[in-house]
Ligand binder design. Structure first.
Ligand SMILES: Cc1cc2nc3c(=O)[nH]c(=O)nc-3n(C[C@H](O)[C@H](O)[C@H](O)COP(=O)(O)O)c2cc1C
Length: 200
């Protein structure tokens, strides 16, 4: 089994979502000590936003690309290969300004490639990343679970399903900015939800 852990917080080692993602990945490895764990920090500046260079590169024949365009495609090719190779994907997802971090959005933009990770058929879109499990560790300063203000879960559910990733488990750490007691309670609840998700 290959596990891919993706950390999308801007907060480095202080990140709760990264710690929860690491706990999840660690528990998966406990269950399968032969498993390979690949960790990617999406906060690495090598992850660039989808810009004109990246888009133009995709629509330019490989032998016509500038070195900069070729490098952009090669970087995204490696991200796609990484997710294709994974059996289980663990995402650490902080809430920033009611959305996902730009780091995570950049990754989604990089791996969403027509004809490779999804395609359109006469019946509509078909996701091509099939047969994988996804665990998402959500961290929030406030509490928005099951409210209209939680745009992250509908967005991630939709975009992951578009790519063929339909077996998705969300675990929540909410109220992290609501005082020390609330923070401890949120983390304890998240750890309990991790165990429930792994047992599901
Ligand atoms: C720039 C920024 C924006 C934030 N926006 C929100 C928000 O919209 N809603 C919320 O509940 N918490 C918000 N928070 C609090 C974070 O969700 C909380 O600190 C969480 O632990 C972040 O995950 P991390 O520790 O993995 O970085 C924000 C924090 C930062 C730094």
């Amino acid at each position: 089994m290959t596990i891919l852990q993706l950390n999308s917080s801007a907060r480095g080692d202080a990140s709760h979502s990264t710690r929860l993602a690491a706990t999840l990945a660690g528990r998966l490895r406990d269950a399968d000590p032969e498993a390979t764990l690949q960790v990617r920090d999406l906060n690495d500046p090598a992850h660039r936003p989808l810009d004109d260079t990246a888009l133009t590169a995709l629509f330019t024949a490989a032998d016509q690309r500038t070195p900069e365009q070729a490098a952009r495609v090669a970087f995204d090719d490696a991200l796609i290969a990484e997710v294709q190779a994974a059996d289980v994907i663990v995402l650490g997802v902080p809430m920033y300004n009611f959305g996902v971090s730009v780091q995570l959005k950049n990754w989604i933009d990089a791996i969403s490639r027509a004809g490779v990770t999804f395609r359109y058929t006469a019946q509509g879109p078909e996701g091509l990343l099939k047969g994988k499990k996804v665990y998402v560790a959500l961290t929030r300063g406030g509490k928005y679970r099951n409210t209209p203000a939680d745009t992250q879960v509908p967005y991630l559910t939709t975009v992951l399903a578009f790519l063929g990733l339909t077996d998705v488990y969300f675990v929540y750490a909410e109220g992290l900015a609501m005082g020390a007691d609330a923070e401890q309670a949120a983390l304890a609840a998240a750890h309990a939800e991790i165990e429930e998700a792994l047992a599901a």
